[in-house]
Design a protein around this ligand. Sequence first.
Ligand SMILES: Nc1nc2c(ncn2[C@@H]2O[C@H](COP(=O)(O)OP(=O)(O)OP(=O)(O)O)[C@@H](O)[C@H]2O)c(=O)[nH]1
Length: 471
Amino acid sequence: MLVELKDRLTQAIRDMKNATVVDESVVNECLNEITRALLRGDVPFHLVKELVNNVKKSANLNNLPSGINKRKILEESIFSELCNMLNPGKPSFTPRKGETSVVMFVGLQGTGKTTTCAKYAYYHQKKGWKPALICADTFRDGALDQLKQDAVKVEIPYYGSSTESDPTEVALEGLKRFKNENRDLIIIDTSGRHKQEVALLEEMRQLYEATKPDLVVFLIDSSIGQAAFDQARAFKQSVSVGGVIVTKFDGHAKGGGAISAVAATKCPVIFIENGEQLDKFEAFDAKAFVCRLLGKHHPAELVDRFRDSVSLDEQADLCQMFTDGENFTFKKYQAVVKHNYKMGPLLLSQVRDLQPNVQENVKPEQMKKYLIMMDSLTSEELNSSNPKIMKESRIRRIAQGSGCHVGDVMKMLEHYKQLANMCTRRKMDNMTRMISRGRMPSGAGMSGDLMNMFRQLSSSAGMARMLSEAI
Ligand SMILES: Nc1nc2c(ncn2[C@@H]2O[C@H](COP(=O)(O)OP(=O)(O)OP(=O)(O)O)[C@@H](O)[C@H]2O)c(=O)[nH]1
């Protein structure tokens, strides 16, 4: 997904962070690179210019007090401006389970409206909603059959007519039926044309006025780039668009389409799609998306992986270990490394944002090695939290037992010490306090989220609550 854009943006930021001194020329070079990356991603020039101006204003080096981390300020500013491009700050209408909501999908022909209606319905059905589908596309032969096929596949009721040619009549009939059946999410699929045509926009306006939907979603094919701007604006002028869905992110996606659609409608992207199958549909979070675009992980992703890879019993233990540095035994270290290995390098990469001294690049192969070494520890060693017991003879024995070099064991011990040192409750509390006071910019503008994550991680009760909310 957007590989080229991602590579270019991350490289621009990496170069800036690697510069010995961050001065005006480094900032300009970084912003020039970002400009080139976004233009290649087909983001309209005026939006790129606005982003650059805003970053220059908010990360003005001349106004920054000495001692402040300019790299972080600049990175955070770029992050937040990219987020603003994808989220104008006004949330979209969110349907509520159990109350009837009508959602209408609009867009040009072939953007994926019919498929998306079914995906949207299926997504909500899995969460306990009672959705229903109406085919108000009386223009394209086969539209009703297509909707019917998807609806039958996932057992969602649908309504359409093969004889009525007025889309408004069909939509009103469908609405009457599904409101009577107490369906809480009624989805209207509309017709498209190959280009913006007066007739299509007029049809949408009439449908909108007759059905009075709670939400109109504009669909954009991610491969079209900045041409999305005019399309989105034309639809917005005819109907009150409230949200954007970007389809076909699995193809030749360009960031420009999504960004243009948001700019033209002043509405947020609410879902993205990355495949034809009905489950290739995910809720969109601008911060998480920009994090990925800049090669970072969002805390929500971390928490999700944590939930997916660690059993409920283990979660409480692991949270306890994170705040138990005073008694951070080798056995606990073994458990932390084991879980981190399961989750991938994500966990420690987040921790490294807060504790830059923790060993860089503990890759999965390295973690696997550390785990093999831990198998060579005696139970006395495993239950100890004193690294000084690891005398030379023990280190040699562990190296031999695990087929490693003495130097590798030393590295593992160093890693153990860093984690033990980091995991004390005092340190965790200090960290969250510092973040909350904004004294420790945590990168990518997500200090609040990180703080919450650490609060949750540092209390098993908090984690349990979070999990129960999620289930
Ligand atoms: N690769 C890919 N294909 C998709 C995605 N979403 C939809 N499609 C495909 O795009 C094509 C057009 O989708 P439709 O749902 O028929 O589009 P539409 O907007 O309803 O078209 P009209 O009814 O003619 O306006 C179909 O072949 C879909 O399977 C996606 O996320 N990725």
